[in-house]
Design a protein around this ligand. Structure first.
Ligand code: NAD
Length: 360
């Protein structure tokens, strides 16, 4: 099979980590007989420098004409003082909107070899956890009406949380479908004891849940969920929640796993074309030093194989290779214990180790 992949390396460490993911995809393509055709496009700070725009038309058209998109990261101090509409992160919002990506998937899994790096108590880390957070991405309070007004001489600000049934239904389906491919459990997180949007959320998720009798569904209030994620993360399989709750809980869940350099993400919409990227940013402090951990981006490539191209076996193969390399003791500096910092390997060598493990 031939797959067209649009690459957006972006800024900072973006080009280094995307390079690692491309090498891994080429190797897996060779093993399984797939042909990945890569085309690189500009977005973010480098696009502002070259064209004056964070998301040039050529990039958008290239992404729309591709089977999937892989992004490194955008942004950096050089562009921090630009006005809001020409900031690098505008490229991300533009891509999500134009590609119709309304769901964000973030796995948070403890790598067995890195249980020591987990910030949780040892017995909790050793129990292990493997959570998939499904976050609604284009609705809710981040997109509702907002403003400021005068209230009897006092300045007042407001933001509006708003969801319609269709927005909830489509993200709920992603959660139930994902649970079917995993351990068959969905926890829907809301604040239904207070918010009307949460009550509609809960009703709708339960109605869609009736179509999935093989999947167990539980509700949890967001304040309790924030506690349970650190108390017993092994109790969760798939978590589905609104845009703002998902923003906060997915960062919490990812941090308990250890390093930001390990965590992948996928943004999906109604078609099989998705956008895949590590959860971290462009790490300007280590850009160009070969210190970046490429694993989050390589695991994002595995998610692309699984969710956009339905190549589950190939995705498993990449994930196993990463696990093997970590079990063999190889570490980039972000996941190296402080007293062994001198033994850390760089981005290129970590990629090489994963390529070798793929072939084993
Ligand atoms: P960051 O994620 O870039 O870096 C936070 C810390 O983690 C830094 O110390 C960095 O060196 C380290 N780090 C991050 N990724 C790493 C990796 N793969 N390997 C090793 N260490 C890694 O967050 P920040 O410093 O807050 O932001 C830097 C820039 O990135 C900003 O301009 C921000 O707007 C942008 N950003 C972009 C995205 C995106 O493109 N999706 C996301 C977040 C931040």
């Amino acid at each position: 099979m031939e797959y067209k992949v649009a690459l957006i390396p972006g800024d900072g460490i973006g080009p280094e980590i995307i390079d690692g993911a491309v090498k891994v995809l080429e190797k897996i393509g060779g093993i399984y007989g797939h042909d990945f055709r890569f085309t690189s496009y500009l977005a973010g700070g480098c696009a502002i420098d070259a064209t004056g725009k964070p998301l040039p038309e050529e990039t958008l058209e290239g992404c729309l004409a591709s089977d999937s998109v892989m992004l490194g990261a955008v942004g950096g101090p050089k562009w921090d003082t630009l006005p809001g509409d020409i900031r690098p992160e505008k490229a991300l919002l533009g891509l999500r909107k134009e590609l119709g990506l309304y769901t964000n998937l973030r796995p948070a899994k403890i790598q067995p070899a890195l249980a020591d790096a987990c910030v949780l108590r040892k017995d909790i880390a050793e129990r292990g956890f493997d959570i998939l957070i499904v976050r609604e991405l284009t609705g809710g309070i981040y997109f509702g009406e907002r403003g400021r007004r005068d209230k009897n001489g006092v300045e007042e600000a407001y933001d509006t949380e708003k969801y319609d049934v269709n927005e909830i239904e489509r993200v709920a389906r992603v959660a139930f479908e994902s649970a079917r491919k995993r351990r068959g459990k969905v926890t829907s997180i809301d604040k239904a004891n207070v918010l009307e949007t949460s009550r509609l959320w809960r009703e709708t998720v339960h109605r869609i849940g009736e179509e999935y009798p093989d999947v167990e569904l539980a509700d949890m209030l967001v304040d309790n969920a924030a506690m349970q994620l650190v108390r017993d993360p092994s109790a969760f399989d798939v978590v589905v929640t609104s845009n703002m709750f998902g923003d906060i809980l997915s960062d919490e869940a990812s941090q308990v796993t250890g390093s930001i350099g390990l965590l992948a993400s996928a943004s999906l919409g109604a078609t099989t074309r998705g956008m895949y990227e590590p959860i971290h940013g462009s790490a300007p402090d280590i850009a160009g030093t070969d210190k970046a951990n490429p694993i989050a981006t390589i695991l994002s490539a595995a998610m692309m194989l699984r969710y956009s191209f339905d190549l589950g076996e190939e995705a498993d193969c990449i994930e196993r290779a990463v696990e093997k390399v970590l079990l063999d003791g190889w570490r980039t500096s972000d996941i190296c214990e402080a007293d062994r910092a001198g033994e850390a390997i760089g981005c290129r060598e970590m990629t090489e180790k994963i390529l070798e493990a793929l072939g084993r």
